[in-house]
Design a protein around this ligand. Structure first.
Ligand code: NAP
Length: 301
C-alpha cells in the first residue's frame, strides 16, 4: 500500500490533544480549570463506549470531567432541569449531551436547552446560525476535525471545489459551511441528487458522510482528489465483523492524492476537537467574566 497518501488522523489528533493539554496547564496557572459535563441517558452500548472515551481523553488532557448517567426512563423535565443547573454552574464550561436520546425525549428541545456558550457539540441553533454567517462560534467536532485534516493535507483551501456527500445536521451541513468559510466552492449531494457520482467526479476535495459502506469507489473520484471519509460502518466480512468507511478504500487509493483510512482517520479527530471546544468555551467564559467585572468597576469608579 502507498502509505504516503494516507492522512493519519491518529497523529493529527495527538497533535491537537497535546496543544489542548498545554493550554489547559496554562489556564490552570491563570486560575481557570476547564470542566466538561457529559450526560448519557439510557444504556445504548455504542454511546457508553463513546462517553467512556470522551471522559478518558478529558482526563488525559487535564480537563475536569463530570459524568451524569441517567436511566433510560428519565423524564424530559428532569433532563432539562439538570441542563439548567449545569448552565448556571460557573465551574462547568462545556455540556455534552450524548445522542441518540430515548424516544420520549425531544432531541431539539434538549439541545436547545444547553447554553450556547457551553454547547461544545455546536448543535444549538445560535451556534449553527453563527457558523452559517461565518462567525467564530463553537462548531461541531467531526467537521472541525475534517477541516484540520484537510488544511494539514492541502494547506490553503481557497478556490478548491469541494463536494460533501450527505446533508445531516451533525456532519454534512456544518462541513459545507466550514468549507465555504475557507473559501471553497461547495457542492452538497444527497440521496435525491441527480447523478451524485458525476457531481463528485468534479471535486478537488470529497468529504463522504453518507453511512453507506464503501459506496464511493474510484469511479466517483477525479484523479488527484483529496478524500475525507467520515463514514463508520460495521460490516460482516467472511464471518468477521469490521469497520469500513463510506469510501471503497482499495478502489480509491490509486486514484487519489490523499485519503483518510477507516478506522484511524476522522474518528480520533472528533474527540480531540471536543476537548479543543471545551478549552475554547472555558477561555470565552473567563473572558466574559473578566469583561463583566471590568464593566462593574467602571460603573463604580
Ligand atoms: P445521516 O444522518 O444518516 O446522513 C446521511 C446523509 O447521506 C443524508 O444526507 C442522505 O441524504 C445522504 N445519502 C444517503 N444515501 C446516499 C446516496 N446513495 N447518495 C448520496 N447521498 C446519500 O448520517 P450522518 O450522521 O451524517 O453520518 C454519516 C456517516 O458518518 C455514518 O457512517 C456515521 O457513522 C459517520 N459518522 C462518523 C463520525 C466520526 O466521528 N468519524 C461522526 C459522525 C458520523 P438525505 O438527506 O437525502 O437522506
Amino acid at each position: 500500500m502507498n502509505t504516503s497518501k494516507l492522512i493519519d488522523g491518529k497523529a493529527a489528533a495527538a497533535r491537537v490533544l497535546a496543544q489542548v493539554k498545554a493550554d489547559v496547564q496554562a489556564l490552570k496557572q491563570a486560575g481557570v480549570e476547564p470542566a466538561l459535563a457529559v450526560i448519557l441517558v439510557g444504556q445504548d452500548p455504542a454511546s457508553q463506549v463513546y462517553v467512556r472515551n470522551k471522559i478518558l481523553r478529558a482526563e488525559e488532557a487535564g480537563i475536569r470531567s463530570l459524568e451524569y448517567r441517567l436511566s433510560a426512563d428519565t423524564s424530559q423535565a428532569l433532563l432539562l432541569n439538570l441542563i439548567g443547573e449545569l448552565n448556571e454552574d460557573a465551574s462547568v464550561n462545556g455540556i455534552l449531551l450524548q445522542l441518540p436520546l430515548p424516544a420520549h425525549i425531544e432531541e431539539t428541545r434538549a439541545l436547545q436547552a444547553i447554553a450556547p456558550g457551553k454547547d461544545v457539540d455546536g448543535f444549538h441553533s445560535e451556534n449553527v446560525g453563527g457558523l452559517s454567517q461565518g462567525r467564530d462560534v463553537l462548531t461541531p467536532c467531526t467537521p472541525s476535525g475534517c477541516m484540520q485534516l484537510l488544511q494539514d493535507a492541502c494547506g490553503d483551501l481557497s478556490g478548491k471545489h469541494a463536494v460533501v456527500i450527505g446533508r445531516s445536521n451533525i456532519v454534512g451541513k456544518p462541513m459545507a459551511a466550514l468549507l465555504l468559510k475557507a473559501h471553497c466552492s461547495v457542492t452538497v449531494v444527497h440521496s435525491r441528487s441527480v447523478d451524485a457520482k458525476a457531481l463528485c467526479r468534479q471535486a478537488d476535495i470529497v468529504v463522504a458522510a453518507v453511512g453507506r459502506p464503501r459506496l464511493i469507489d474510484a469511479g466517483w473520484l477525479k484523479p488527484g482528489a483529496v478524500v475525507i471519509d467520515v463514514g463508520i460502518n460495521r460490516i460482516d466480512d467472511d464471518g468477521r465483523s469490521r469497520l469500513v468507511g463510506d469510501v471503497d478504500f482499495d478502489s480509491a487509493l490509486p486514484q487519489v492524492s490523499a485519503i483518510t483510512p477507516v478506522p484511524g482517520g476522522v474518528g480520533p479527530m472528533t474527540i480531540a476537537f471536543l476537548m479543543k471546544n471545551t478549552v475554547t468555551a472555558a477561555v470565552q467564559q473567563a473572558h466574559a467574566q473578566r469583561s463583566h467585572l471590568e464593566a462593574l468597576c467602571h460603573s463604580i469608579y
